[in-house]
Design a protein around this ligand. Sequence first.
Ligand code: NOJ
Ligand code: CA
Length: 545
Amino acid sequence: MPGTAPWWRSAVIYQVYIRSFADGNGDGIGDIAGIRSRLPYLKSLGVDALWINPWYKSPMADHGYDVADYRAIDPLFGTVAEAEQLIEEAHGHGIRIIPDMVPNHTSDRHAWFQAALAAGPGSPERERYVFRPGRGPDGALPPNDWVSSFGGPAWTRLPDGEWYLHLFAPQQPDLNWQHPEVRAEFESVLRFWFARGVDGFRIDVAHGLIKHPELPDLPPRPAGVGRRRQHLDHPHWDRDEVHEIYRAWRKVADEFPGDRCFVAEAWADTPERLAAYVRADGLHTAFNFDFLMSRWDPKDLRAVIDDSLAMLGAVGAPATWVLSNHDVMRHVSRYGRSAARRWVANERYEPEGPLDLELGTRRARAAALLMLALPGGAYVYQGEELGLPEVEDLPDSVLQDPVWERSGHTDRGRDGCRVPIPWSGRTAPYGFSPEDASAAPWLPQPADWAARTVEAQSGDPTSMLELYRTALRRRREHPALGDGTLTWLDAPAGVLAFRRDPGFVCVVNLSAEPYPLPAHTEILLSGEPVEDGLLGPDQAVWLAV
Ligand code: NOJ
Ligand code: CA
């Protein structure tokens, strides 16, 4: 981008779910060697940076979100030396690297938790985590009624009688962020990786680090009212004291040359609450989950866009737009269902009705053009540029997400959006692993993905991949796109039309009727061919005006 604004205000960041991106050594699991081999692809796609899901040493109870050593790379993925090579090579292609940082919890195999277990109740080692006696006679009841995001209670009892807190799986004990050693350790870990050249971090569960000091029971939830747009004082989500941690992290980032950047995974109830994470002395950006959770509905989308731009603009932060990630059903499959229910923060999306893949794909193409034309930055989840749908028919026997077990087999979890990427060829593993691989991909790929590979879509002007490539190229070249502001244009209720200066208009038709394009000098890009100047239902277009 021209000008002097830092890169992250306009960046398109590609999310690499490392296990499923590319397997370099043939064990069926993606790795750093695989990412390195695909840098030319990422360069040709035209992304500015990679967010890489956790690559640290981990027993993989939650695929790397259970970190045993923050200064080591898991042998499944490679070594610290390989990570350094990746950073250097990516930089050579003009691509920045943003690893994931997981500060809310460690693995139960982390040296600190092992020491806490060994040292016993009342020991200073236990103070780095959240250990408590139980309630009720003999302390047999958990200390409070908090629940794990993966199902079941958020507490596990040890043989010595004490309970420890885990907002996620029992293998992910929550750290005590009131403890100065915890704060110092993470600042040191950030420096370790900044010194190795990373350009920033995505912060896992950024809204969860601070717990109410008294650990009270959950507040009653007002009957019949969704949490959306109504912030409740919650004992462990989005507490005000969390921002002090990020002010300190910002200072650490600012110690290093270049523009380093944090992006918060913060599920906040309102745009105001989200904006608090990205004040000038705090984190740089935060994922906009309101956009991801919005229905394919013009009124909802416009409200989300307006609220986000207003609240983030008020604190001087850019918006970031996201449609999919490794935790939610892929958007082709969300949008391909007509009756999508409203979905609220910190709850899981439940699909409704049968999937219309053709409809979902058409809407996904329009959504991509909408997202990439909005002011600010955007995230692309690996495979979204291939139009991959959610894999909804994985056999029970292959499911690996801890959610499946923890929910007592009621929630099939997130494996369906984590299936390894198809690169080439007619049959699995579709180039995900090398020819002489010793193992099949860690999750089976559908038999009908031959037409969805990078190879099959490359050069086909009607493919999702070429739509993304062209959109990213135009976005880079057009001075109106990226950071900035938008002006809504008059349009019927079912149509979103906005102008970006200089000389750019995006129109998205969410109505059932064709919509005549406004005056323009050129069609820069359209999701589908535009006939007779009419934009069809569920279609989007970029115009020069
Ligand atoms: C959010 C991550 O995106 C998700 O994959 C993970 O399971 C939880 N945080 C716990 O770390
Ligand atoms: Ca591998």
